[in-house]
Design a protein around this ligand. Structure first.
Ligand code: FPP
Length: 236
């Protein structure tokens, strides 16, 4: 299991390429997202099997609200369907779900489903699946700064006492170790507002494969790539 330094404790994935996959197969964009669910299942299974402890998936960015209403609605429906359909299997696998991102812009129905999956999987101890929903790094950092400023204004915190640990604890990801390895599928090489603070020392990998084609074998291949990296954290 995860007793080797060459296995990342935390893998974070930008699931990209659903739309292109759909186009390639003559399908509607939302069918690409539906096909992407199988890659989510495969990644969870492969993460558990390899002893990865945290798997973060970028499921919906704050910018994704700008997509056509039909696509946003289809994605919200899909998330709710997944919560209902996948929860028993997640519990069986020992997966605990944690949601990061804003919670104030979802419909009551979606917010309820997100709360439900966190509650029903709370006992999972094999893998923490972190789902980034209505998430962006700049929003996360801005929110954290606002909270720290409010604490300082109330006299609960001195400005001189604000250090990196303090900032990290004010982020949505408080208590979650930084990602060791960030993967973005579809060949795009950018972070797109994802875990900018947390990515400081992460290794990155940009396979060409489109997200719906990201199988357990692709996940294993990504871990092999990570195992070959030499991490120096700014030292020699
Ligand atoms: C990016 O591909 C993908 C998304 C914005 C949505 C990801 C959602 C899923 C995989 C559905 C299920 C997820 C969970 C966690 C239940 P894109 O649409 O930007 O692709 P493109 O760049 O080819 O257009």
């Amino acid at each position: 299991m995860n007793n080797s330094k060459s296995t990342p404790t935390h893998v974070a994935i930008i699931m990209d390429g659903n739309g292109r996959w759909a186009q390639l197969h003559g399908k509607e964009r939302y069918e690409g997202h539906i096909a992407g669910v199988e890659a989510v299942r495969a990644s969870i299974k492969a993460a558990v099997r390899n002893g990865v402890k945290y798997l973060t998936l970028y499921a919906f960015s704050t910018e994704n609200w700008g997509r056509p209403d039909t696509e946003v609605s289809a994605l919200m429906e899909l998330f709710c369907k997944c919560v209902i359909g996948e929860t028993p299997d997640l519990v069986k696998q020992g997966v605990k779900v944690r949601i990061i991102g804003r919670r104030d812009r979802f419909s009551d129905k979606v917010a309820e489903h997100l709360n439900r999956i966190e509650q029903q999987t709370a006992e999972g101890d094999k893998l923490t699946l972190v789902l980034a929903f209505d998430y962006s790094s700049r929003d996360e950092i801005t929110t954290a700064v606002r909270h720290l400023a409010q604490s300082a204004a109330k006299g609960e915190l001195h400005a001189d006492d604000i250090d990196e640990r303090c900032v990290a604890n004010a982020l949505y990801t408080a208590g979650i170790p930084d990602p060791d390895f960030i993967v973005r599928t579809s060949g795009e090489c950018r972070l797109s507002n994802f875990l900018l603070w947390q990515a400081s020392y992460a290794e990155m990998y940009f396979p060409q494969v489109l997200w719906p084609d990201f199988t357990q074998e692709e996940f294993d291949k990504a871990l092999e790539e990570f195992a070959g990296r030499n991490r120096r954290y700014g030292k020699l």
